[in-house]
Design a protein around this ligand. Structure first.
Ligand code: GTP
Ligand code: MG
Length: 370
């Protein structure tokens, strides 16, 4: 059996310990003290008095589920590819992103924005768009992957031409290959003395990246985030790969997406949501993690107020009750009632998991004592 103290059970159930003791005495426990240790059977029995039911499969019906991917996407419209830039420290990830973002901002005539942004769209002269994710380290990327979804369609692996393949380059290769996400290599810092792209390609080959020049199918583009050299080629390579991968999504289904980042501003709690499918609109009801929103405002990364946002688009959503967390999955709910009941259910479920963990910890402490 597993054990928990009366005090810890009270904490887990979010009731005052005195009230719990009274309740337990009503249930027939005698001479209850705060430090008494209960078996998991007794604790579960008491927990049920507080409407904590044992988890059963059926209860998942109370939660919101992502819809299964449609089998045939051929008739659906194309969506922008979602691209993450990865690579070794100092190889120029931020510089490349800044360059792409700045030129995008200039192109859309909303200059002067250089604040950090978790996701942004780059409109191309062809009318196509690329969405870039600026993940804080690799953490969010990995976290989302662990939840069974690849947010990213394409990884741009940045390798400095004067430094070649380094430990985090290899880590990024492993992440991308492990997730089955195709790669494009950006051989950066080509403006520098000592740039040796051939060395980079050779080292990449040695680490399982089959670059084009060596007969493989991974494109390697020579760029400089400093001078802008090759940046259009990089954008073009992304578009070409994306067309080959044929990214499509249904703009008419239930809205689903991911929280890329969240913040509490003077105007309220906002979250950048990357829409995966469906079309997000003002007034929609969304659930993310343990909170929900009735969408009050939508803003693009360039600060433009919009009425809606379709698949592959990052958008800042206002109207959250609490601040959601980066990595939370966003799912549309039919109405506020559904949203609140889902959120209550998730909070309750988290409490129960915590209760089980508490019991396990006490159990372990006891085993250690014995
Ligand atoms: P971390 O975020 O620390 O992992 O680094 P990063 O990969 O984002 O690199 P960052 O963009 O900060 O660039 C590191 C240094 O390299 C900075 O001093 C940049 O100015 C410089 N740098 C980046 N790209 C280029 C380039 O194309 N040419 C030259 N000459 N310098 C560059
Ligand atoms: Mg950086």
């Amino acid at each position: 059996p597993e054990y928990i103290s009366v005090v810890n059970l009270a904490t887990a159930l979010r009731v005052h310990v005195d009230r719990l003791v009274t309740k337990m005495e009503e249930l027939g426990f005698e001479d209850v003290q705060n430090y008494h240790i209960l078996t998991s059977e007794d604790a579960s029995l008491i927990a049920m008095e507080y409407n904590f039911q044992p988890l059963v499969e059926d209860e998942f019906a109370r939660d919101l589920q992502a819809l299964p991917e449609p089998e045939d996407k051929a008739h659906l419209p194309a969506r922008p590819p979602i691209v993450t830039i990865m690579g070794h420290v100092d190889h120029g990830k931020t510089t490349l992103l800044d360059y792409l973002r700045k030129s995008a901002v200039v192109k859309s005539e909303f200059g002067g924005i250089t604040q950090h942004i978790g996701a942004f769209s780059v409109p191309l002269p062809s009318g196509k768009t690329i969405t870039f994710l600026d993940t804080p380290g690799h953490a969010a990327f990995l976290d989302m992957r662990q939840r069974g979804a690849n947010v990213t369609d394409i990884v741009v692996l940045v390798v400095a031409a004067d430094d070649s393949v380094k430990p985090q380059t290899i880590e990024a290769i492993n992440h991308a290959q492990g997730a089955g996400v195709p790669m494009i290599v950006a051989i950066n810092k080509m403006d520098k003395q000592g740039a040796a792209p051939e060395v980079v390609k050779r080292d990449l080959m040695a680490n399982g990246v089959e670059v084009e020049d060596f007969g493989g199918d991974v494109q390697a583009i020579h760029v400089s985030g400093k001078t802008g050299q090759g940046m259009e080629d990089l954008e073009e390579a992304i578009v070409t790969l994306s067309e080959m991968l044929d990214h499509r999504a249904d703009p008419q289904r239930q809205v689903e997406g991911w929280v890329i980042e969240a913040a509490t501003k003077t105007s309220g709690k906002v979250a950048t949501v990357l829409v995966r499918q469906g079309t997000l609109r003002i007034g929609d009801v969304l659930v993310a993690g343990q909170t929900w929103a009735r969408v009050r405002s939508l803003k693009t990364d360039a600060g433009i107020v919009v009425e809606s946002a379709g698949p592959g688009t990052p958008v800042e959503v206002g109207g959250w009750r609490e601040q959601p967390e980066a990595g939370d999955e966003v799912i549309q709910a039919s109405d506020e009632h559904k949203a609140t009941s889902v959120v209550d259910y998730r909070i309750e479920k988290a409490e129960r998991i915590k209760l089980a963990v508490d019991m396990e910890a006490i159990n372990e402490a006891r085993r250690a004592e014995a």
